[in-house]
Structures are given as structure tokens and as C-alpha cells.
Design a protein around this ligand. Structure first.
Ligand SMILES: N[C@@H](CCC(=O)N[C@@H](CS)C(=O)NCC(=O)O)C(=O)O
Length: 252
């Protein structure tokens, strides 16, 4: 039986969330990475909408990162990311998906789109032809992404507030000295928070898929700002202790 295919944008934090769950459960898969915009035909062909990750399995596509975590829970060897009956984990995972992921993404793209051509030189895991095409059409790609992600000064300010709010909430939860957000081991709440915080915290262990060189000053300032918070420190710790670096090999 062929291993499932994980369609991704390699540096997408929602894709990192899914990839981490599959790696952690020791489930085999083949990653099929694409650049943003170029990813859509593959996602659609696989039976998804346009968003990734999509896990293409023999039994059909698994279309959302949360469903991929549950798919991994049902098949993998690791203790489940969603402990049965733990509503707190379900609620936190959902909150981070809705109120953190879209906003860390907007803050990072706001900083990185102006240096798109330089970033295209360090991106790994996407087909060469897509990188060349994106480099040739960089102004158009930049404009489409700014419009699609609503990257405006007001949108960026709103996203900063939302990220601050979620980071403060997580910091409050950790203030009693606990190791994990819920219970006494890693769950979907920790994994989702850490993965969706990657665009603003940039833990080194995520560097195989998220390019971290040639970052503009604004991006470094963003990273310093969030790394300095208790929630940012938590992200660095979760990555250092729970993300096996031997699995963080870039695709292709
Ligand atoms: N709820 C989805 C969100 C995934 C998502 O937002 N993916 C982004 C990449 S970070 C994407 O594919 N955006 C392009 C698009 O929607 O066309 C999930 O958890 O899988």
C-alpha cells in the first residue's frame, strides 16, 4: 500500500501542524510541497478546497489539519493528541486554529512579501519550476497574496492585537508553572499553539521547512518581541523537547 501523500505549502504553519502530528505518530507519508497559489490545483485535484494541508489516503482525502491530527491519533503509535473526553483540549485547539493561525500568518507575510525574491532563494521543498515562475512574477504574486490575506495596515494592527491576546492567555495559563497547557503531557493544544506560533517565534527546530535566513529587520523584531513572552518561551521549549529534529527533514 502506498504511503499517504501530504499536500503542503512547505513553510505553512497549518501544514507544519499536520506534519508534526504524523511524524510524532511515526506514520509514513510522502510530502508534496508547493508554493502558495501554485498549491491550489493539487489540493483541488485531491478532492480538497484550495487550502492545505490535504492528506491523500487510500480511503480518500483528509482535508483539514485538525482532521489530520485525529487521523494520526486513530492510526499512530503515540498517545492521542486528543485525549478522549478532554473538552479543554478540543476548545483550545479550535481557538488557536481560528484566532491565532490566520493572524501570525498575516504578521509574517506582511514582513516577508516585500523581500519575496530573496525569500524564494532560501525556500525548500517546492518544485523548482514554481520557484522560477514565482520569481518571474513576484510583483503579481505579492499583490495577489496581499489582497487574499487582507494585508493592510489596519489588518496587520488587528492581527497583532489578536496574537498578543492569545499569547497573553497562554502565558496566564502557564503562570502556575505547569509544563503543558492541559494535563501532564503534550496534547493537540500544545502542538497546535506551538506550530501556529512558528511564523512569529521561529523555533530553530522548525527551520527545515520555514526559511529563517535573510530575514528583514521587521521580521527579526517581531520574533524578538514574541520570543520574549512566556508563551513564546513555551513555544521554544515545546519545539526543543517534543519536535524530533531527525524528522524535520525537508521534502524533496
Ligand atoms: N482550517 C484549515 C486552515 C488551513 C490554511 O489556512 N491553510 C493555508 C496555508 S497556511 C492555505 O492553504 N491557504 C491558501 C488557500 O486557502 O487557498 C486547516 O486547519 O487545515
Amino acid at each position: 500500500m502506498a504511503p499517504p501523500r501530504l499536500i503542503t505549502i512547505p513553510f505553512s504553519h497549518f501544514c507544519e501542524k499536520a506534519r508534526w502530528a504524523l511524524d510524532r505518530a511515526d506514520l509514513a507519508y510522502v510530502e508534496d510541497g508547493h508554493l502558495p497559489l501554485f498549491h491550489a490545483p493539487s489540493a483541488r485535484r485531491a478532492g480538497g478546497r484550495t487550502s492545505v494541508p490535504v492528506l491523500v489516503t487510500d480511503a480518500g482525502p483528509v482535508i483539514d489539519s485538525t482532521d489530520i491530527l485525529r487521523w494520526a491519533d486513530a492510526r499512530g503509535a503515540a498517545p492521542p493528541l486528543f485525549p478522549p473526553g478532554d473538552d479543554d483540549v478540543v476548545a483550545l485547539e479550535d481557538r488557536f486554529d481560528r484566532d491565532l493561525g490566520p493572524h501570525t500568518r498575516r504578521l509574517a507575510y506582511d514582513q516577508l512579501l516585500p523581500v519575496l525574491r530573496a525569500q524564494l532563494r532560501v525556500i525548500r521543498g517546492a518544485p523548482r519550476r514554481e520557484v522560477v515562475a514565482a520569481r518571474l512574477t513576484a510583483p503579481l504574486v505579492r499583490a495577489i497574496m496581499r489582497r487574499g490575506l487582507r494585508i493592510t495596515p489596519a489588518g496587520v494592527a488587528r492581527s497583532r492585537d489578536r496574537v498578543d491576546e492569545v499569547f497573553a492567555e497562554v502565558g496566564d495559563r502557564l503562570a502556575d508553572g505547569r509544563t503543558w497547557l492541559c494535563g501532564d503531557r503534550l496534547t493537540a493544544a500544545d502542538l497546535t499553539f506551538a506550530a501556529l506560533a512558528v511564523p512569529v517565534v521561529m523555533p530553530p527546530e522548525a527551520g527545515a521547512h520555514t526559511p529563517m535566513t535573510d530575514l528583514p529587520d521587521g521580521m527579526l523584531a517581531l520574533m524578538d518581541r514574541y520570543r520574549a513572552t512566556p508563551a513564546g518561551q513555551f513555544v521554544l521549549r515545546v519545539y526543543a523537547t517534543a519536535r524530533d529534529p531527525s524528522r524535520a527533514v525537508p521534502p524533496g
